[in-house]
Design a protein around this ligand. Structure first.
Ligand code: FES
Length: 86
């Protein structure tokens, strides 16, 4: 899940390149600029707003969105999120 000035975005933690988890360290998914999602395994880079991969081994592919809702100030995932490779 990523919060920006434009909104909140949620994606499955699964890189379209191999299906591996994407974090560099626990709960760290963004590049050093904080403006891109970057896979920790081979460095694929994704735009936060639309999950499009524009650089790296899975260029042209997308992350899998997780639908969310904001209710009473809380962000709620509308489908189950697990730490499995899915
Ligand atoms: S597993 Fe993400 S770029 Fe290879």
């Amino acid at each position: 899940m990523v919060r920006t000035a434009d909104g909140v975005y949620a994606y499955r933690n699964s890189c379209p390149h191999t299906g591996a988890p994407m974090e560099w360290e626990t709960d760290r998914f963004l590049d050093y600029s904080g403006a891109l999602i970057q896979c920790g395994l081979h460095g694929a880079q994704f735009r936060i707003e639309d999950d499009y991969c524009f650089a790296g081994p899975c260029a042209g592919r997308y992350l899998r969105k997780v639908p969310i809702a904001i209710r009473d100030g809380m962000i709620i995932a509308l489908e189950e999120i697990t730490r499995r490779y899915d």
